[in-house]
Design a protein around this ligand. Structure first.
Ligand SMILES: Cc1cc2nc3c(=O)[nH]c(=O)nc-3n(C[C@H](O)[C@H](O)[C@H](O)COP(=O)(O)O)c2cc1C
Ligand SMILES: Nc1ncnc2c1ncn2[C@@H]1O[C@H](COP(=O)(O)OP(=O)(O)O)[C@@H](O)[C@H]1O
Length: 315
């Protein structure tokens, strides 16, 4: 899959079908849109591609209120490639881009630069200055200027449309099973292992502290059964998102994971954690030994949950 960051490298010798959107999470609604677009492009012998903005427009326009991101760019590209997308254009989003009117976006970017044969958008797609561009405007332009426009309806699950917002709410509530239903895959946390206070080893449960970029959404605090992907291998694991009240609260919640059946120094390593189930809230324990006893129970619960998941092969 090609990843382009400029509009100068065009697809002039091939037809281009483009999905427009941010695709945070690449959830089941996004997946249907992208799959449908790939089928359509294949019939036309065109390149199925996606146009995204980076950083997420909300993070440029309204950083204080921007929602946390469900997945990072690397994961997004991985998921898109798996669906058959052949090229992703990641346009830098700055104030100049934000000032383009919907008409300019269509005429200057989609038509003049990219020469699209067609575009696919979701029913609630908005674009251009002040988010004033709508799917109807695209349909209207498509008819007049002769390019194909498909507006995909929402995917409905249990009566509500699947959306990045509903995935975020589920993660903020710690409802992993709901988030998984909406996403179509187990939610993940990705980051790098950084040093902590060196307390975990003394408790008998060393924990890799995971540093995630600050724009990422952090799921609800608490203890989770999970699986860690480290250098190509999967390990059953337990995760704590919290402030360690037993030892005096840290300022921000820390994300730390104890890998079962593993020993080694992994400071600096990249890790992906798949969340399976929230087990409990973090607690202030009266003694170190009470915390150790509880972590032992957490490990036992996690092992049972992971066995069940493997038995039903839903990983
Ligand atoms: C499965 C698990 C559950 C945990 N639960 C709690 C808890 O309920 N309360 C608490 O204060 N700390 C809890 N912790 C955090 C430990 O206090 C923490 O791992 C320890 O302080 C090590 O921190 P360090 O990585 O900075 O050395 C938990 C850790 C794990 C791995
Ligand atoms: N089973 C394991 N799970 C997680 N980390 C482990 C494990 N075994 C060894 N480690 C290593 O130990 C470190 C965690 O030990 P810990 O005493 O909690 O220190 P820190 O406070 O620096 O995280 C991890 O970052 C990793 O390098």
């Amino acid at each position: 899959m090609k990843v382009l960051q400029e509009l100068d490298q065009t697809f002039s010798d091939q037809k281009l079908i483009l999905a427009l959107g941010n695709f945070d999470g690449v959830h089941r609604g996004h997946k249907l849109l992208l799959e449908e677009m790939c089928r359509f492009a294949s019939r036309l012998e065109a390149v199925p591609a996606a146009l995204l903005f980076y950083p997420h427009p909300q993070q440029v326009l309204n950083p204080e209120k921007a929602p946390g991101l469900i997945i990072d760019n690397e994961k997004k590209l991985e998921l898109m490639e798996a669906l058959g997308i052949e090229a992703v254009i990641m346009l830098p989003f700055d104030r100049q881009m934000a000032a383009l009117s919907p008409q300019q976006f269509i005429e200057e970017i989609l038509l003049a630069k990219l020469k699209v044969t067609g575009v696919f958008v979701g029913f609630n797609y908005r674009f251009g200055c002040g988010a004033t561009g709508t799917p109807e405007l695209l349909l209207d332009y498509g008819k007049r200027l002769n390019f194909y426009v498909r507006v995909m309806p929402p995917v409905i699950l249990n009566g509500t449309p699947v959306s990045s917002t509903s995935v975020r709410s589920a993660l903020l509530e710690g409802d992993i099973s709901e988030a998984k239903s909406l996403l179509g895959y187990w939610p993940v946390i990705r980051g790098r292992v950084v040093p902590g206070d060196g307390r975990g080893k003394k408790l008998g449960y060393p924990t890799a502290n995971i540093q995630v970029p600050e724009q990422m959404l952090v799921p609800r605090s608490g203890v989770y059964a999970c699986q860690a992907l480290l250098e190509g291998d999967f390990y059953p694991a337990v995760l704590n998102i919290g402030k360690h009240p037993t030892f005096g609260c840290s300022r921000n919640p820390l994300i730390e994971v104890h890998l079962l059946n593993f020993r080694g120094n992994i400071y600096g390593a990249k890790m992906e954690i798949r969340l399976f189930q929230r087990l409990r809230s973090e607690k202030k324990f009266a003694s170190k030994q009470d915390l150790i006893n509880q972590i032992r129970k957490d490990v036992e619960s996690a092992v049972r949950i992971l066995e069940k998941i493997e038995a039903f092969s839903v990983c």
